[in-house]
Design a protein around this ligand. Structure first.
Ligand code: SAH
Ligand code: SF4
Ligand code: F3S
Length: 479
């Protein structure tokens, strides 16, 4: 058994970027003999917060747990091992996690043998680990986003040594290929194409929690996609914090457009990707999206603000004019494309005029959907050091105003679908009514519908009969 020593995260190290290319390690993943059976007759409970990167990491963690012979449970009360895979993007995401760890302390009081772990982006933060070590003695195991491959040994250590096991690396690790994966869905899959982010938008914590940008090799990605196709997957989403910068660390020019074209050729029915950054989005990308029918006519293109001065302070690296140019180019080439975006209100010292510019951009783009956030200062980021004269009430009012505008355009955009037929990938029965099914159209519209002979994972034609702002209703029709 390996001796594990405590390794704490360091903000100073997380800020550093080395020039060295990342090693790719091809593990022939075989668990160390001593951890193989630690899950026999034991159950695990895994809760995931945050973005798809975390969901995909949880699929790896779950794959590892199942190799250790743990069985999954959806009830915390039944678990011998509880793990929270956390998100650090905004303060309210973190507060939720702290609240829930607090609530589950009672389980530990009833059964002191339970192992309680926390991993993911939050524990990459120095301040968070410090707080957990001081205030949350129910936590036995802490590991970060760069050492998931070491999780079995770390869990073993936490179970056997009865000491707190803490191992967080602040420098990005190698790319580890061939880790086991327990995919939570058998018709939609998420495929990492890169890890980390080098954009350092001034408000964002991700470059510190996920490390330097590291792209996987194209052949490894294509092989994974081919394997998924053979298994019958209908939809694949390529994942990265900034997918349009794919391959820049491998000296590729426009690597993402090439990758996307190759992935499309594999022939999976639906291909999506997330997240795109306007600065790196190339004109060739527009052509690849236009020319491949299995790349879905939908783009999530976060703009963050409609004002150039705020964009500059955010270090986004593009102007509103550039964003509109891209938007127009996409609309011209792919007339049925749907758009969503992310926007932040209340960035430090955002004036009323600057906020109005964001409203104007919404009027221009008429987004199908948008995720809206109030700016949340994150320790260690440049924006957190900026003085801010805008009070919380003003920020909340702006969020409400922006939300109303976004909702009205979302409704307007959906109106165009009335009496039309869309193709829906069925996700299953609706939670509220078991006669109603739900799924997403090619344009990423949420559709609730009725009909006969419908199976989860099918792609069906649905006639749209009723419109709402955030969804549409319809009936299945025969092709
Ligand atoms: N890599 C993606 C998204 C990362 S986080 C991208 O660049 O688009 C998802 C969204 O959260 C961001 O687009 C941004 O709108 C929001 N966000 C990130 N940091 C934030 C912060 N400190 N406060 C409020 N919103 C934030
Ligand atoms: Fe954060 Fe910007 Fe990177 Fe997106 S591109 S993850 S917002 S730093
Ligand atoms: Fe959250 Fe980390 Fe994703 S901070 S949004 S889980 S990369």
């Amino acid at each position: 058994m390996e001796k594990i020593s405590v390794k704490l995260p360091s903000l100073a190290d997380a800020k550093r970027r080395s020039k060295q290319p990342s090693n790719i390690e091809r593990v022939n993943y075989d668990l160390p003999e001593y951890v193989k059976n630690i899950g026999v007759n034991r159950k695990y409970y895994l809760r995931t917060y945050g973005c798809q990167a975390n969901e995909r990491d949880s699929e790896t963690i779950s794959g590892l747990l199942e190799q250790m012979n743990f069985e999954r449970t959806t009830k915390p009360e039944d678990a011998d091992f509880l793990l929270f895979n956390t998100c650090a993007i905004r303060a309210n995401a973190e507060n939720k996690v702290f609240g829930e760890i607090g609530q589950l302390k009672r389980l530990k009081v009833n059964n002191p043998d339970i192992i309680f772990g926390i991993c993911g982006c939050m524990v990459q933060e120095e301040v968070v680990v410090d707080k957990i070590l001081k205030q949350y003695d129910q936590i036995d195991l802490i590991f970060g986003t760069h050492n998931i491959h070491r999780f079995p040994q770390l869990l073993y250590n936490a179970m056997m040594s009865k000491e707190r096991t803490v191992e967080v690396f602040s420098k990005e690790g190698e790319i580890i290929e061939n880790l086991p994966v327990n995919r939570f869905n058998n018709y939609k899959a998420w495929v990492n194409i890169m890890y980390g982010c080098d954009k350092f938008c001034t408000y964002c914590i991700v470059p510190y929690t996920r490390g330097k940008q590291r792209s996987r090799l194209m052949e490894d990605i294509i092989n994974e996609v081919k394997e998924l196709k053979e298994k019958g997957y209908k939809e694949i989403t390529l994942l990265g914090q900034n997918v349009n910068a794919y391959g820049k660390d491998l000296n590729m020019e426009d690597g993402f457009a090439d990758l996307l074209e190759q992935v499309a050729k594999v022939g999976v029915e639906r291909i999506r990707f997330s997240t795109s950054h306007p600065k790196d989005f190339s004109i060739k990308m527009v052509e690849v999206m236009r020319d491949n029918k299995n790349i879905m006519p939908f783009l999530h293109l976060p703009v963050q603000s409609g004002n150039n001065e705020i964009l500059r302070k955010m270090a986004r690296g593009y102007t509103v004019e550039h964003y509109k140019m891209l938007f127009d180019e996409l609309k011209k080439n792919i007339p049925n494309i749907a758009f969503s975006t992310d926007m932040i209100v209340g960035f430090p010292n955002e004036t009323e005029e600057q906020f109005q510019d964001t409203l104007k951009l919404v009027e221009y783009c008429q987004f199908d959907f948008a995720f809206l956030f109030i700016y949340s200062p994150r320790v260690g980021t440049p924006a957190a050091k900026m003085e801010d004269s805008i009070d919380e009430k003003t920020k909340s009012r702006r969020l409400k105003e922006l939300n109303e505008k976004v909702a009205s355009y979302a409704n307007l955009k959906n109106q165009a679908y009335l009496n039309k037929v869309v193709k829906v990938l069925v996700d299953g029965k609706s939670k509220k009514n078991d006669k109603v099914y739900s799924g997403y159209s090619e344009e990423n519209k949420l559709v609730n519908f009725t009909g006969e002979n419908i199976k989860t994972g099918d792609i069906v034609d649905v006639l749209i009969t009723e419109i709402r702002s955030w969804s549409m209703n319809g009936e299945k029709v025969e092709r």
